[in-house]
Design a protein around this ligand. Structure first.
Ligand SMILES: Cc1cc2nc3c(=O)[nH]c(=O)nc-3n(C[C@H](O)[C@H](O)[C@H](O)COP(=O)(O)OP(=O)(O)OC[C@H]3O[C@@H](n4cnc5c(N)ncnc54)[C@H](O)[C@@H]3O)c2cc1C
Length: 387
């Protein structure tokens, strides 16, 4: 029997929905399988906003991917008319030697990205809501800003469907097997069994369960997002005045925040980068405690004192961390002819969603990509090579 599809994509969150669009746009017969509904808040791609930036402190190797992702985000907005990107500018704040500042500067210089260095007085002058200490500086980037996760997933789902992809929601994959000998894969759900030439697995926080044979020691981490109504109202926090920021303290703790993007009563969002607690998608505590809110309000009173006026709401989300916090994007080392994986986005993947979709389409259809993804090879994280 010939396979029912060219490619099956499992997990239609950020990465998987982008993959279905890029695969369908290249003429592949695509089946997408998703455990929950389209655009949901039980994984990692919800909460209204994600930071995007180019002077990447994590590693300069990400910059070419970011430049392509920016192009694709703008294309996504043009193709669907949805609001997905707001480039309000951004500041990476901390001491000059902090990873946030020094790492961002390294990427900016290496890739000749437009940026400015601001001392504490200049930060206060340009962005009066921010109150840096005298020994803190910032890298300011005009092309930084935010992307909207729900709108991005909805846009990719829309384009994939228009391109002929067959997307099944509320139909989780139960298991898969590689058939060997270039015969592709078989995928089982409660409803049916499907076959395809290739499987792309984008499981987010479900990676430890769905990709055990990858051998990567993932840590799933509970994260909290907080929305506050600033004292004195949101006007100074609107995106034409207020940048996105990542702010690193002397102890290495990073906090990040957004302008007020959802109207006068919805406040502005802030969160710790990392500092979460280990969890699983089944056991994550979704209730946010009062002491967590108080700790965030206290932290922000030192950096953005007008922000923690009134607490509005909080929500949880999951990071899927690899030990070195770099992504995993590759053909599966144990099933290179049949399976591609995209996981371990370690709390910084959303800004890459469209380019990851493009890379996954390349890997699934040709086995290779022109994008630089050597850093994301899972074999760097396994004790012994699997294949
Ligand atoms: C609080 C928070 C803040 C963040 N901030 C930023 C930021 O500012 N900038 C940035 O770039 N990144 C940020 N990130 C990271 C970014 O959001 C994630 O890297 C990205 O959303 C991961 O996408 P994903 O597709 O891997 O996971 P998800 O979007 O969670 O998708 C995985 C999907 O797989 C589905 N699934 C699981 N099991 C099955 C199964 N058996 N069958 C079918 N489907 C299945 C799930 O239901 C889910 O829809 C943040 C993340 C969080 C949680």
């Amino acid at each position: 029997m010939p396979p029912t599809h060219d490619v099956i994509v499992v997990g239609l969150g950020g990465m998987g929905s982008a993959a279905t669009h890029h695969l369908a746009a290249r003429g592949a017969r695509v089946l997408g399988l998703e455990k929950y509904g389209p655009v949901h808040s039980r994984g990692s791609s919800h909460g209204g906003s994600r930071i995007t930036r180019q002077s990447y402190f994590e590693d300069p190797a990400y910059v070419p991917l970011l430049l392509r992702s920016y192009e694709l985000y703008e294309q996504l907005e043009r193709d669907t008319g949805r609001d997905v990107v707001t480039l309000c500018g951004g500041v990476m704040v901390g001491r000059p030697a902090s990873r946030t500042v020094a790492g961002s500067l390294l990427s900016a210089r290496q890739w000749d990205l437009p940026h400015e260095m601001l001392d504490a007085a200049e930060i206060r002058r340009r962005f009066p809501t921010l109150t840096p200490r005298d020994d803190e500086v910032a890298l300011h980037e005009e092309r930084a800003g935010l992307v909207r996760p729900e709108n991005t997933v909805a846009a990719h789902v829309q384009l994939a469907t228009q391109g002929g992809a067959d997307l099944h929601f509320e139909e989780p994959m139960i298991r898969w097997e590689a058939l060997g000998g270039g015969r592709g894969v078989r995928v089982h759900t409660a409803e049916d069994t499907y076959t395809a030439g290739h499987l792309v697995v984008c499981p987010g926080a479900w990676a430890p369960r769905l990709l055990t044979d990858l051998g990567v020691p993932f840590t799933i981490e509970r994260q909290v997002m907080y929305w506050f109504q600033p004292t004195g109202g949101v006007r100074p926090f609107l995106p034409d005045k207020h940048p996105i920021y990542i702010w690193e303290d002397a102890d290495g703790v990073q906090v990040y925040g957004f302008p007020a993007i959802d109207g006068p009563s919805r406040g502005a969002k802030v969160a710790f980068f990392r500092k979460g607690t280990p969890c699983t998608p089944e056991t994550i505590e979704r209730t946010v405690r009062e002491d967590e809110v108080a700790a965030m309000a206290d932290h922000m009173s030192r950096h953005v004192p007008a922000l923690p006026g009134a607490f509005l709401k909080a929500a949880t989300c999951m990071y899927s961390n690899t030990p070195d916090e770099h992504f995993v994007i590759a053909r599966h080392p144990a099933h290179p002819d049949a399976v591609t994986v995209a996981c371990g986005f370690s709390g910084h993947g959303f800004k890459f969603v469209p380019v990851v979709g493009e890379i996954l389409a390349d890997l699934a259809l040709t086995g290779d990509t022109e994008h630089p993804i050597a850093l994301f090879d899972p074999r760097r994280l396994t004790a012994a090579p699997i294949a």
